[in-house]
Write a protein that binds this ligand. Structure first.
Ligand SMILES: Nc1nc2c(c(=O)[nH]1)N[C@H]1C(S)=C(S)[C@@H](COP(=O)(O)O)O[C@H]1N2
Ligand SMILES: [Mo]
Length: 241
């Protein structure tokens, strides 16, 4: 029901604050991407002011804002989590969390930048390089892109195969030296260091190798598909990687 709304929609406290402050109760009727973009910057400006100070009380704090386009997301743990790899590959696979943890881990420490403006400096992520998982699956010739799906049942993302094979793209299992908590997309999320944070799909459950890029959730709503920080979405932020 909420598919036409800007990404702040998912902030449990912030949304109420915003709707109250700005009187934007009719947000749900707005669907044009350009209009959304304008609203989003308006909303993010208001969120930045945080008139109530409640943002600091959100469970994940630390400069991050909690985003989910789904109103509720099931919890997955080491027993129930699975990551499937399929599509144009020779060896489709399903990984448990233990299997992902047993693979070589790569650590990246970069700034995180959301397209709405907030930035978290020098954030450590640890996880498995996506390129390793793709190599293990054996990408077939003719493949050109990767599609990511999430166990929230709604969010999707995409990368070209070249982007997906970059060494700074991870299936992240840890953030800030802790196992990824549920609110940050745990047990496993994508982490695309050089791109705006909307590329870093939370609650990652599927990696499908495809012929062409299939635009993700926000990309179908007006965000740039190539989401390089500082070189997309009309923004000029310092690059993160
Ligand atoms: N599954 C899922 N992944 C997602 C999103 C989402 O709504 N659902 N939001 C994206 C956006 S716009 C941002 S800024 C980050 C927010 O991550 P955080 O909640 O850990 O701060 O997650 C990205 N990945
Ligand atoms: Mo974002």
């Amino acid at each position: 029901m909420n598919t036409g709304q800007p990404e702040q929609r998912g902030t449990p406290v912030g949304r109420r604050v915003l709707l109250g402050t700005l009187g934007l109760g009719a947000l749900g009727v707005i669907t044009a991407p350009t209009l959304q973009r304008g609203l989003e910057s308006l909303l993010s400006g208001a969120a930045g002011k945080d008139p109530t100070g409640l943002t600091g009380l959100l469970p994940n704090g630390g400069g991050f804002r909690y985003y989910s386009v789904a109103s509720s997301v099931p919890r997955k743990n080491a027993d129930t989590y699975r990551l499937t790899v399929d599509g144009l590959v020779d060896r489709p696979a399903t990984y448990t969390l233990a299997e992902l943890r047993a693979l070589p881990q790569t650590r990246l420490v970069r700034d995180v930048q959301c397209v709405t403006g907030w930035r978290v400096p020098e954030t450590p992520f640890d996880g498995v390089r996506l390129s390793r998982i793709l190599d293990a699956a054996g990408v077939r010739s003719g493949a050109g892109a990767v599609r990511f799906t999430c166990f929230d049942g709604t969010y999707t993302e995409s990368l070209t195969l070249d982007q997906a094979r970059r060494p700074d793209v991870l299936v992240a299992l840890r953030m800030q030296d802790q196992d990824l908590g549920h609110s940050h997309g745990g047990p496993a999320r994508l982490y695309v260091a050089p791109m705006y944070f909307y590329k870093s799909a939370k609650w990652l459950s599927g990696i499908t190798v495809t012929e062409d890029v299939q635009p993700g959730y926000w990309e179908r709503r007006g965000y740039d598909i190539d989401a390089w920080v500082g070189r997309s979405n009309g923004r000029d932020d310092e690059p993160t990687a």
